[in-house]
Design a protein around this ligand. Structure first.
Ligand code: C2E
Ligand code: CA
Ligand code: CA
Ligand code: CA
Length: 278
């Protein structure tokens, strides 16, 4: 018994060691990736429920690792947030998304409302506000064509100062979306005081739309949103029946494979040419 305790400890320290080595390796790989331009933005259309027009797009980051291939964000964003790399990566995402918005507008392709996911780590960066202003001024983007998405749980953890920062962005016309809504624990009181424009209903609720409780959840979220003058986006719409269902609730916008998966720029542009946009 004594021995097994020792072994367990040995196993524990070994796996901890492996985990630390893994994180250090990932950090070094991401640093190289930023330098070598291995990150890429994919864009997923946001579609008007009523008329099927494309109203916007969400930028979603991917990592083309020369060894590992295409790495999804859930495999590196949490590590980037833990290591200091989220700030330079987030800066790159914001800059690239804004430049893309302006390029599409200039090409006459579409003047889309572009959504960027923001990590709370980026708001703690004291230079964030100034960097964002510089991006807006240099690109000439209309701030009202930019949308910032932050998850409900990240919003809940935000400090007063971060919330003020978001409120200031909103005052200049940038819209703010509460992502993954329904998975956190924000109360109505919070929702009322958060500086937000849009609620994004999480995919887990859309998946359950055909059950009684699932339908009640979706309908209640839409009602609450409209009571607070918020716009509603349904995430993860994969089937026509789901689209028909949310249309009935009054939900304005949707995203999901039913319309399109997130696409690399060239494919997204081809998609835009074949679909009416606002
Ligand atoms: P999210 O912001 O909730 O993004 C939605 C995720 O659902 C995306 O996964 C998207 O590809 C996926 N999705 C969209 N429609 C459907 C559908 O119909 N069915 C299914 N099964 N999935 C769908 P992705 O691109 O892997 O991103 C995962 C998460 O990584 C994002 O969740 C977001 O939290 C984070 N993320 C992505 N890009 C960035 C970024 O640039 N910055 C930050 N901070 N986080 C990012
Ligand atoms: Ca999002
Ligand atoms: Ca989401
Ligand atoms: Ca999510």
């Amino acid at each position: 018994a004594k021995n097994s305790g020792k072994n367990r400890f040995k196993f524990f320290t070994e796996s901890l060691h492996k985990q630390v080595i893994g994180e250090i390796q990932l950090e070094q790989d991401m640093q190289r990736a930023l330098k070598n331009d291995e990150f890429e933005l994919y864009f997923q259309p946001k579609t008007c429920v009523k008329d099927g027009r494309i109203v916007g797009a969400e930028a979603l980051v991917r990592w083309n690792d020369p060894q590992k291939g295409l790495v999804p964000p859930n495999d590196f964003i949490p590590a980037a947030e833990k290591t200091g790399l989220m700030v330079p990566l987030g800066d790159w995402v914001l800059k690239t998304a804004i430049e893309q918005q302006v390029a599409w507008k200039e090409q006459g392709l579409a003047d889309l409302h572009i959504s960027v996911n923001l990590s709370p780590v980026q708001l703690i960066d004291t230079l964030f506000d100034r960097k964002l202003q510089t991006l807006i001024n240099q690109s000439g983007i209309n701030p009202s064509q930019l949308d910032i998405e932050m998850t409900e749980s990240q919003f809940m953890e935000n400090t007063e100062q971060n919330l003020n920062s978001l409120a200031a962005m909103r005052e200049q016309g940038i819209t703010i979306s509460l992502d993954d809504f329904g998975t956190g624990y924000s109360s109505l009181a919070y929702l009322k005081k958060f500086p937000i424009d849009t609620l994004k209903i999480d995919k887990t609720f859309i998946d359950d739309y055909a059950t009684e409780s699932g339908a009640i959840f979706i309908e209640t979220i839409v009602k609450i949103a409209h009571t607070l003058d918020l716009h509603v986006v349904a995430e993860g719409i994969e089937q026509e029946a789901q689209l028909n269902y949310i249309a009935q609730t009054g939900c304005e916008t949707y995203q999901g494979y039913y319309c399109s998966a997130p696409l690399p720029v060239a494919e997204f542009e081809a998609f835009l040419k074949n679909h009416p946009s606002t």
